[in-house]
Design a protein around this ligand. Structure first.
Ligand code: FES
Length: 207
């Protein structure tokens, strides 16, 4: 299958085709001024696109073909090239992610002090297969392994939503964090559990 074919196979285009907001168009124009060519701006433009996608509850939480095409158009590149870039870096979501993305470092410094056990514990709590990582049945959490995140001195650790680090973790501390994040999601959903069956998370946390 061609790269473009893979692009279509990985994700179908949603009904509302992606277009950058006026604010993001402006941001992209500014980003492009920092590079010698528009093509060179592909990484930050992909990031802007992804942030817009994740902020829009009407869209699938991934870089769908229409998003890739919009990035390609903004950078003067072919969609297949942009897809190749997006699939190379783990920070770009070419597969759907949950509302919270948990990345547990299992590289050597973390693995030596329980990183692997921490990863398996979080997977177990959320009923995600540790062999592959993945997203809970209700779409609330995605868990995956991460390569060294540069916090080796604070191992074991995990990162939430490509943002804050949580360090010196134990399974008990991880349970507290999961409970807190679940409460936040419930509050965000208006006091109700997040969409679909929240059972997998709820039951996992109560174990
Ligand atoms: S090995 Fe886990 S942060 Fe470096």
């Amino acid at each position: 299958m061609s790269t473009a074919g893979h692009l279509e196979a990985e994700a179908s285009t949603p009904a509302n085709p992606f277009a950058f907001t006026a604010e993001n168009e402006q941001k992209i124009a500014e980003i492009r001024t920092r590079y010698p060519s528009h093509q060179s701006a592909v990484l930050p433009v992909l990031w802007v696109a992804q942030q817009q996608v994740l902020a829009d509850p009407s869209r699938p939480r991934q870089l769908t073909p229409d998003v890739i095409r919009a990035v390609a158009a903004a950078c003067g590149l072919k969609p297949a090239y942009v897809w190749g870039v997006a699939t190379f870096y783990t920070m770009y979501h070419t597969k759907p992610v949950g509302e919270r993305l948990i990345e547990v470092c299992t590289s050597v410094a973390c693995a030596l002090v329980g990183g692997e056990e921490l990863y398996e514990h979080v997977c177990h709590r959320l009923e995600v297969d540790p062999a592959t990582g993945g997203t809970t049945a209700d779409g609330t959490f995605t868990v995956r392994r991460a390569e060294c995140l540069g916090a080796c001195g604070y191992a074991p650790m995990l990162q939430l939503d490509e943002g804050p680090f949580f360090e010196h973790l134990t399974p008990e501390k991880a349970d507290e964090l999961l409970a807190e994040w679940k409460r936040e999601l419930a509050a965000r959903a208006g006091g109700k559990p997040a969409t679909g069956s929240s059972g997998s998370v709820k039951e996992g946390l109560s174990r």
